[in-house]
Design a protein around this ligand. Structure first.
Ligand code: COA
Ligand code: ZN
Length: 328
């Protein structure tokens, strides 16, 4: 029986890998600049729509991103791929414009507590700084996206009213942002909630780019992606190998895993444009960079039809069973 609900019929889904930024920002080891550049270059050849290359943040806040300028200058840009960078303030925007990023991905949190912990600013202070950043982006003709952290729940404040999230979206839409990313920073989202917020957003801003950014902290990332697609969303952040997390969000853990999503979505007849074999080859190189295995289930288990040989004792057991005749 064909499941018409989940059948994609080759609908285009844009995959945006945030591994070089969200994936590496929480790792205790410093991945050498040349390895970061090689990682981004490998991702560039897989068919992803966008790559978040790095973050122009304080090197004291996120030491892993202290080589952001060199990484952006060192990568080879593939045609058709957008190279975005995370920006928390005017200083970050100036650095991003200097290296000609394709998109400024502004960041602030939907909750006051996480914003203060992560960015050391009140939300109003962040909004004022990001208003100035947006002007800089527009002057430099670089599109602006805003990633709103903790939209589906805050690890310190709890539930976030949908009206609060939509109010921040409205303020950034009015500033002229090209897109908004609703980020589930610590995996608190669930499909019913995702569906409600995605429908509300789409109804209010049908022409604004909407990206969903899930973490798999409670195992719901794939379910949340499917609920989003059902509500009309076609852009997703995900991280190679399922690495990731915000160091200033207690309890944070890995992003939705890029290869898990590509594997699942292609099985369901969605068109991600991503070469899964190339993605997996890049993912298998991550443990050498970060010093531990990644959570990637597809690296561990293989693709659905990566079959296993029968056990070596199989032929003998099978022959004996066949020789025995009927067994009632
Ligand atoms: N790039 C590089 N350096 C920056 C910077 C930027 N975008 N913004 C500030 N700095 C530097 C300042 O020059 C200053 O350096 P100094 O101590 O050598 O003089 C130092 O950082 C402190 O600057 P200040 O403006 O007082 O920042 P702060 O200490 O209040 O921190 C942020 C504010 C936003 C810069 C910081 O909290 C931050 O970068 N957070 C990012 C967190 C993050 O990326 N989380 C994960 C993603 S969700
Ligand atoms: Zn994240």
């Amino acid at each position: 029986m064909k499941n018409t609900v989940w059948h994609g019929a080759r609908r285009r889904i844009r995959m945006q890998d945030v591994g070089p930024r969200d994936g590496l920002q929480i790792e205790p080891v410093f991945v050498p600049t040349a390895d970061k550049i090689a990682l981004v270059n490998a991702l560039s050849r897989t068919g992803l729509a966008k790559i978040e290359v790095t973050a122009f943040v304080s090197p004291k806040a996120i030491p892993a991103m202290r080589d952001a300028d060199e990484v952006m200058r060192g990568i080879e840009r593939a045609p058709g791929v957008e190279y975005a960078v995370l920006v928390p303030n005017v200083r970050g925007a100036e650095r991003a414009i200097d290296v000609q990023a394709d998109e400024l991905n502004l960041v602030m949190s939907a909750t006051e507590t996480h914003n203060l912990a992560n960015l050391r600013m009140t939300r109003d202070q962040s909004f004022a700084a990001l208003t100035a950043v947006t002007t800089l982006g527009h002057d430099a003709r670089i599109p602006v996206n805003i990633s709103l952290s903790c939209t589906f729940g805050c690890p310190m404040e709890g539930d976030v009213p949908m009206a609060v999230v939509l109010d921040w979206c409205a303020r950034f839409a009015d500033l002229g942002a090209r897109g908004i990313t609703l980020a589930d920073t610590t995996g608190m989202a669930h499909p019913a909630q995702v569906s409600a917020i995605a429908h509300a957003f789409r109804t209010r801003w049908p022409d604004l780019q909407l990206t969903m950014h899930f973490h798999d902290t409670r195992g719901l990332a794939v379910a949340n992606v499917l609920a989003s697609i059902d509500a009309g969303v076609d852009r997703f952040d995900a991280s190679l190998g399922g690495l990731g997390g915000c160091p200033y969000a207690p309890g944070a853990s890995g992003n939705a895993c890029t290869e898990t999503l590509v594997h699942a979505l292609e099985l369901m007849d969605y068109d991600t444009g991503v070469d899964l074999a190339a993605l997996l080859a890049a993912s298998r190189r991550l443990p050498a960079l970060v010093g531990h295995e990644t959570p990637s289930p597809i690296v561990k288990a293989g693709r659905r039809l990566d079959l296993h040989p029968v056990p070596e004792w199989f032929d003998e057991v099978a022959a004996r069973a066949r020789d025995r005749g009927p067994r009632i």
